[in-house]
Design a protein around this ligand. Structure first.
Ligand code: CDP
Ligand code: CDP
Length: 215
């Protein structure tokens, strides 16, 4: 049977990963957090004191990095990672890593390889528009920057990070801007994607909207 591919794109904090994870469980398919891949490369660069502005060095790091997903966990050079890639420092730098075309080629190869092996739901920025233009289903989640900032702020506070709502909203707006305006595979709604405005909607409500479209 053909593998099922579901693309979930949209700006930061729209609820993509939360919704994609639940759908993956309900449909018993794999979940790939493609943002985590760009975050992992960024984390490794920062850890190795690589200047993110130096594209050649960032590309070298990306080429010598092994990224894989097993049991819905991301592995960086064989070691599973999670909270260390969600820090504010990584968030502040990730869009400048993700705009490098060569880095994207490497990540997209991994994403396509996994997508041709198994049925998957992937969340990101360019899944429906570039990585899997023939995906079976494409969703584009949006919400106001204030709501997205509030959600992310709450999440970071619960994890004990010392930050402010203003800082989080500013990061989200800046990342959306870099992600939407980059030259190669920018954040964009695929023409045939179903847009869902999640502002003011509970997680369960969004899950229901998505599931109702999947036959
Ligand atoms: O969870 P959040 O929305 O904050 O971000 P993420 O999904 O973890 O993605 C982090 C960053 O990776 C984004 O801001 C983009 O710069 C980049 N990214 C991308 O360029 N393409 C993707 N398919 C996924 C993420
Ligand atoms: O992956 P993305 O950056 O699009 O967003 P997320 O990490 O899935 O969601 C950000 C936060 O918003 C999480 O803490 C979710 O629990 C929360 N959320 C929400 O409150 N209501 C929704 N409809 C979706 C997500």
């Amino acid at each position: 049977m053909k593998n099922l591919v579901i693309a979930v794109d949209g700006p930061a904090g729209a609820g993509k990963s939360t919704i994609a994870k639940i759908i993956a469980e309900k449909l018993n398919i794999n979940y790939i957090d493609t943002g985590a891949m760009y975050r992992a490369i960024t984390y490794k660069c920062l850890k190795n004191n690589i200047d993110i502005e130096n594209e050649e060095h960032v590309i070298e790091i990306a080429k010598s990095t092994d990224i894989d997903f097993r049991d819905n966990n991301i592995y960086l050079d064989g070691i599973t990672i999670n909270d260390e890639i969600r820090t504010i420092e990584v968030s502040n730098n990730v869009s400048n890593v993700a705009k490098i075309k060569e880095v994207r080629f490497l990540m997209v190869d991994v994403q396509r390889e996994i997508g041709t092996r198994n049925s998957v739901i992937l969340d990101g920025r360019d899944i429906g528009s570039y990585v899997f233009p023939n995906a079976d289903y494409k969703f584009f989640l949006i919400a106001t920057p204030e709501e997205r900032g509030n959600r992310r702020y709450k999440e970071l506070c619960e994890k004990g990070y010392n930050t402010t709502l203003e800082e989080i909203i500013a990061d989200i707006i800046k990342r959306d801007d870099i992600d939407s305006s980059r030259e190669f595979a920018p954040l964009v709604k695929a023409e045939d994607a179903i847009e869902i405005d999640t502002t003011g909607k509970a997680i369960e409500e969004v899950v229901e909207s998505v599931l109702s479209k999947i036959k």
